[in-house]
Design a protein around this ligand. Structure first.
Ligand code: CMC
Length: 439
């Protein structure tokens, strides 16, 4: 890593700030001693221009539409890898040898069952609970069942076991949550199945009849997991790092990540895309009305699955998924009016000056929902699928922090804009409406 200096002049004081350069030439001004030297902090609402860490895991060039995990282009991983192998790559830094992959897969299989007592927790949730709520609650609860959670720094010796448990069990919890929401009996994992096939088995098999696995559908879902596996310092990964920085355990940190992922501007967008397409279909709109509304700020609408904080070009994951979506629909010989609407929307938006000027392109969520719908995954499970996929990325980030002796507690500052000092006013002297309505 190269270092240089930037000059900042504040109130007549000249300051040299180091410039940090990453391996791909990305540059940042290191302001970590700014307050100490000047009394000033930087203000960057939404952290759009703030680097929160140095990381070796994932590289994105949003202008060029590049995404690489540990240096390997996402296109190559999508074509040649599996989710389990990609998870290993993200967490441990290199592609596994045959033996390493076998050992890792075995560890996942050994840890696929939940602690039997955890099954009782599922009884406590109402049948209509959102599976993301169940997922985060159950991941957090799992830290009660396994010793050695407080692993400290660096992460060995319990880390491998806990990481495997989390990757494997998030899928089991997700499938149980779905079955609970449908009032169906739980289906246990089948050790002879590979990761993604096993998930579909737990979701859709019946005690009397196995779910007929379609290889193309299994591969499409595995691909979705690969494409979601990491995305550098996004909202949920930053949340995981924020929580982990207090030295909370892996399960607590991952459960917080699930909560951050839930919202419709982040992982919840895949659900929101399908709901948007359904609405367009239901109202007989050909997409034009919706696009006009999305362009009008006052409408409160957005073209879901479009735009990204980092990508100012076509999201490379969306490109891969669009192709996979076409291929899957062909194999399944499925027609879906929502696919046609999505294709029309994309075509119209990519020609529209509003979207062109703002560099708004389809993101990963635009086509992933259509694939999941074709596989038969219900819409309320879409964000859960994202969470299963993102787990290796969260774990890799957790490990990176814990292995770095320089990691500090994450604690941003603020510029206070509230009242200046004022005195406490006794109740009888306070002025305001006499009605008991809350403000
Ligand atoms: N539809 C219509 N207008 C949009 C959209 C959209 N999807 N996205 C951004 N804009 C407009 C926005 O109104 C603003 O316009 P103006 O300059 O006139 O004020 C401009 O583009 C910049 O938007 P922003 O909200 O400042 O950009 P951001 O970087 O804060 O937001 C985003 C990024 C992803 C939250 C946003 O593009 C969005 O809401 N997209 C729809 C939700 C979505 O698809 N989210 C999934 C993201 S990919 C999965 C993941 O990694 O989480």
């Amino acid at each position: 890593m190269k270092s240089d200096n930037a000059i900042l002049e504040v109130e007549g004081k000249r300051l040299e700030l180091p410039i940090v350069t990453g391996t791909e030439g990305e540059r940042a001004i290191d302001i970590s001693r700014l307050r100490e030297q000047t009394g000033l902090i930087t203000l960057d609402e939404g952290y759009a221009n703030t680097g929160s860490c140095l990381s070796r895991i994932t590289y994105i060039d949003g202008e060029k539409g590049i995404l690489r995990y540990r240096g390997i282009p996402i296109e190559e991983l999508a074509e040649k890898s599996t989710f389990v192998e990609t998870a290993y790559l993200l967490i441990y830094g290199d592609l596994p040898t045959e033996t390493e992959l076998k050992n890792f897969s075995n560890l996942l299989t050994q840890n696929e069952n939940l602690h039997e007592d955890m099954r009782h927790h599922f009884e406590g949730f109402p049948y209509n609970a959102h599976p993301m709520a169940i997922l985060s609650a159950m991941i957090n609860a799992s830290s009660c069942y396994y010793p050695g959670m407080e692993m400290g720094r660096p992460t060995a010796p319990f880390f491998d076991q806990h990481a495997a448990r989390l990757i494997s069990q998030v899928r089991t919890i997700a499938a149980y949550a779905y079955r609970k929401s449908r009032g169906l009996p739980i289906v246990y994992p089948r050790p002879s199945y590979r990761y993604t096939a096993n998930f579909l088995h737990m979701m859709f098999s019946d005690p009397a009849e196995d779910y007929p696995l379609i290889p193309e559908a299994v591969r499409a879902l595995d691909l979705i997991f690969i494409l979601h596996a990491d995305h550098e310092q996004n909202c949920s990964t930053s949340t995981v790092r924020m929580v982990a920085s207090s030295q909370a355990n892996l399960m607590a940190s991952a459960a917080a990540g699930v909560c951050a992922l839930w919202g419709s501007l982040h992982g919840g967008a895949n659900q929101a895309v399908i709901e948007m397409l359904q609405e367009i279909h239901r109202t007989g709109d050909d997409g034009r009305r919706f696009i006009e509304a999305a362009k009008d700020r006052k409408s409160g609408r957005r073209l879901m699955g479009f735009g990204h904080r980092v990508y100012k070009n076509y999201d490379p994951r969306a490109r891969i998924l669009k192709k996979a979506c076409d291929a899957l629909f062909r194999v399944l010989q499925r027609d879906d009016p929502l696919l046609e609407i999505a294709q029309r929307l994309e075509e119209a938006a990519l020609k529209d000056a509003y979207f062109i000027e703002r560099k708004l392109y389809p993101n990963v969520d635009f086509y992933s929902g259509l694939i999941m719908r074709a596989i038969g995954i219900p819409v309320e499970m879409f964000t859960v699928i994202f969470a299963i996929g993102r787990m290796p990325g969260w774990i890799a980030n957790f490990k990176e922090m814990m292995d770095d002796p320089g990691t500090r507690l994450y604690r941003p500052r603020q510029i206070y804009i509230g009242s200046t000092q004022r005195s406490y006013v006794p109740m009888e002297k306070r002025k305001g409406p006499s009605s008991s309505a809350l403000p």
